[in-house]
Design a protein around this ligand. Sequence first.
Ligand SMILES: Cc1cc2nc3c(=O)[nH]c(=O)nc-3n(C[C@H](O)[C@H](O)[C@H](O)COP(=O)(O)O)c2cc1C
Length: 338
Amino acid sequence: MTKLFSKFELKSMELKNRIVMPPMCMYTAEDGIAGDWHFVHYTTRAVGGVGLIIFEATGVESRGRITDRDLGLWKDEQVEGLRRVVEACQKQGAKVGIQLGHAGRKSEVLSEPSIAPSPIAFSEKYRVPVEMTKEDIKTVTTAFREAARRADQAGFDTIEIHAAHGYLISEFLSPLTNKRTDEYGGSEENRARFLKEILQEIKTVWSKEKPIIVRVSAEDYAEGGNHDDNMASILNALKKEGIDLVNVSSGAVVNITMKVYPGYQTKFAETIKNSTQLSVITGGLITSPLMAEEILQNERADFIFLGRELLRNPYWPLQAAKELNEELEWPVQYTRAK
Ligand SMILES: Cc1cc2nc3c(=O)[nH]c(=O)nc-3n(C[C@H](O)[C@H](O)[C@H](O)COP(=O)(O)O)c2cc1C
């Protein structure tokens, strides 16, 4: 029995394997509403055998979208489109999550000002964001809660809070983007306060039985920024607020080029797993079933995400099973192709 195709229980969510589709923006929504593209795109990966599908970054506020074609959950009208896709994926045996996010200073929605912990632009191509007041902070934490409530209505098995890649929560976490002098800036504890308050708000509406995932950038790749040990320390302080799984990514906090190679983020996942005892998802240019199996067998991570590989090949799990000599049930309609 391979580890890649072994089950994993996370609260009430039982996953059939360790293969995760990470959130990937499709920039195809109208007014934040999921349509036919989302239906085909996500359901195809469910048919392909992915255990956990995490829907793309979804704005908790309209000014919190990366672009005006992002998915949204800032109003009730956006629930129905998602519910249709969620149900179809679940019928194929996949568990389904959604990444709730706020783009902060990286929002390209020009009809509204962008907001951030501090008024520093990401690059000359971006606007200088408006520094958030405490009232703004409350508005956004409440928006995360309301989006989580809607995600529950849409039937999602889990939610992922987007605290990575230099978007709003990540901007609070990193000393490179957070220059505040109030209780939301400075020490690690202060920089983590915004995320802590978001978790606390979400817990008032999100079922205790359903897991919460947090995605982080474990490495800023810049002097004075966060590194994996800082991020582990932040997660250790926050885990009692209800973090069940960490999706470990890196970078995009400041405008630098990263050196990437297969598994480039797995060492960060290992640090976070070992220091926090939380379950972790790793990925980053992983395409080989054997490499995925090695990482899991050596307990360097609990799940493997495959992003671009699943865009190229939605049936990767079915093919990986063959390569690892794992007997897998195929969708009955496709059995003649097995
Ligand atoms: C088209 C595309 C859209 C993405 N959108 C998101 C997103 O919405 N949220 C997120 O956290 N990461 C996003 N990412 C990053 C992926 O989740 C993943 O971390 C990255 O592609 C590296 O994994 P890979 O080498 O397996 O593709 C996106 C990546 C791609 C290629």
